[in-house]
Design a protein around this ligand. Structure first.
Ligand code: SAM
Length: 185
């Protein structure tokens, strides 16, 4: 019989682990969140209780379990051209400053989730280059990183269902920059 209970000691241990590993601060009274997100891992890792899961997670040898715990506790909400304004700022103020640089330029999306942010940056660059031929002649690169390995895989695949595509991406940009698959992705 699996135990999904989490005593205060284990809750504080897992909170500390998350804060140290990825800067996620749970604060007090988020036991319900930890329980609901980590309980599905019990079967997957053949564990009997959340307390066992916490103890094993703290051991540095348990790399897969640690990654799965971090994956489960991250919130990966994202969309295309999120909040719009940062992307207008990128095109109108930031890219012009670097467009004639004599060295390659690199833009870092530090918490890229499933990829909509770095791909939106890439689209912004392509649009800028169309309007400013010859810009970034030495090359420009967009790098995405994320602490969630599942999100990184998604990001690398670069495949999005119609629901994800409907969030922030205009029909025009879809036609210009995406390859549509007949299977719905
Ligand atoms: C809410 S999403 C935001 C995604 C995107 N930047 C956006 O604004 O649309 C937050 C992302 O940050 C990632 N994350 C959380 N802590 C992180 C850390 N310490 N280092 C790298 N990524 C982290 C999560 O995995 C998640 O995918």
């Amino acid at each position: 019989m699996l135990s999904r209970e989490l005593d205060d000691k284990s809750y504080h241990k897992i909170s500390e682990f998350l804060e140290q590993q990825c800067g996620i601060v749970l604060g007090e009274n988020k036991q319900y969140l930890v329980k609901s997100r980590l309980s599905p891992l019990l079967n997957k890792f053949d564990l009997n209780s959340l307390e066992e899961l916490v103890t094993r997670t703290l051991s540095s040898a348990e790399r897969q379990l640690r990654a799965a715990v971090i994956d489960a506790m991250t919130t990966n909400e994202t969309l295309w051209f999120r909040d719009e304004y940062p992307f207008r700022l990128l095109q109108n103020k930031v890219l012009p400053v670097f467009s004639n640089k004599r060295t390659p330029v690199k833009i870092w999306s530090a918490a890229s989730s499933s990829g909509q942010e770095p791909y939106s940056i890439a689209i912004s660059i392509l649009e800028y280059q169309k309007n400013h031929p010859g810009s970034f002649a030495r090359g420009i690169e967009v790098v995405g990183t994320d602490i969630s390995t599942t999100m990184l895989e998604h990001c690398k695949r670069g495949q999005y269902d119609s629901l994800a595509l409907a969030r922030g991406l205009s029909e025009e940009r879809k036609k210009l920059f995406l390859k549509m698959a007949t299977t719905g992705c």
